[in-house]
Design a protein around this ligand. Structure first.
Ligand code: SF4
Length: 331
């Protein structure tokens, strides 16, 4: 049950049209802007960033739910989104997504067992009803749901139990790729820990390849083998979570890490960034982070930094990649 995932120079732009009294104008929103990363078979890749950084658009691109403006996604040797209908259905079955809000992903009128069984009817036409019942019972047990939960309706379960149902439904398809978009952010901390343990157990047993998206650095650190930090549709830093979060190199990652409360860290050591992230319709020139970067040089306003890999880490910052960067004075 293993396959490698590859995102190659992925872009997703949206054209926004504004109608004026005389003319209509259009602007381009760059939700994802040149994303490249590889996820090895069986690896869990974490993506972290503020809201609006392009994380959810990335999730949908990876699963072929929306087409890229340019670039490609490959999974297990197949190009996502390029195969004819029947093959795409087979491929889609191998790739599952877990959403942030389990209540809106469940049908309030269908009991839990029926909702886990439903995709099996579509994607496993050879299964007999007893095959399906066996699979449903198995995945419910895998995520720690009891058999009587199968007869309940979504509103009769707690938030944590509903998220377990979503995970069970995805696992029933025996996915090779699981993309999780903020799957625990709506849960309280103790339930989060239970659900993350369920992920860890199942991952160990089935070895699926995963992408785990969260705004929460602590969650990413717990589940991911490698992490990519996103800012305005791009990855600005990538590497093993322990290294990235212990020794952040990119000024944006430094600010994110400094905002995580930790015993012994004084409030004064927090790096406060100027302003809100820019609107993705008006991405700043040069380094997109230069308008908020406490270390920016004047040259950062015009030169776009590349994501440069070195020793298992990759960083997109002129100062990090070129210590003698002569981009002028601090901006
Ligand atoms: S390239 Fe310049 S503006 Fe961008 S993160 Fe590095 S120092 Fe800051």
């Amino acid at each position: 049950m293993k396959g490698a995932l590859s995102a190659r120079n992925l872009r997703r732009y949206y054209t926004l049209r504004q109608r004026g009294s005389l003319f209509s104008t259009s602007k381009t929103l760059k939700a994802v802007d040149g994303l490249s990363f590889e996820v090895a078979p069986g690896e869990m890749f974490g993506i972290v960033g503020e809201s609006g950084s392009g994380k959810s658009t990335t999730a949908r691109l990876l699963l072929g739910q929306i087409p890229p403006t340019s670039g490609e996604v490959w999974f297990g040797g197949d190009k996502v989104g390029s195969v004819p209908d029947a093959s795409w259905r087979r491929m889609r079955k191998r790739m599952q997504m877990i959403y942030q809000d389990p209540l809106s992903a469940l049908d309030p009128r269908i009991a839990i067992a029926g909702q886990i069984e439903e995709p099996l009817i579509v994607h496993f036409p050879d299964f007999t009803p007893s095959d399906r019942r066996r699979r449903v019972a198995q995945v419910m047990a895998d995520v720690g749901l009891l058999s009587h939960h199968g007869d309940r309706y979504p509103h009769e379960l707690s938030g944590g139990q509903r998220q377990r149902v979503i995970i069970a439904r995805a696992l029933a398809m025996e996915p090779e790729l699981l993309v999780c978009d903020e799957p625990v952010s709506a849960l309280d901390v103790s339930v989060q820990a239970q659900v993350l343990n369920v992920f860890a157990d199942i991952r160990e047993r089935t070895g699926f390849t995963g992408v785990f998206i969260s705004h929460d650095l602590k969650v990413i650190r717990q589940v991911a083998d490698r992490v990519g930090v996103m800012y305005l549709g791009r990855i600005v830093e990538m590497g093993p979570p322990d290294e990235v979060f212990h020794r952040p190199a990119h000024p944006y990652t430094k600010a994110l890490v400094s905002a995580v409360p930790r015993t012994g860290r004084s409030a004064r050591s927090r790096i406060i960034l100027a302003g809100e992230p820019p609107n993705p319709v008006n991405v700043p020139s040069g380094c997109p982070f230069h308008t908020r970067c406490p270390e920016a040089r004047s040259g950062c306003r015009s030169l776009v930094p590349e994501l440069v890999a070195s020793g298992g880490r990759a960083v997109a910052c002129h100062l990090v990649n070129n210590p003698s960067f002569s981009g002028g004075e601090a901006a």
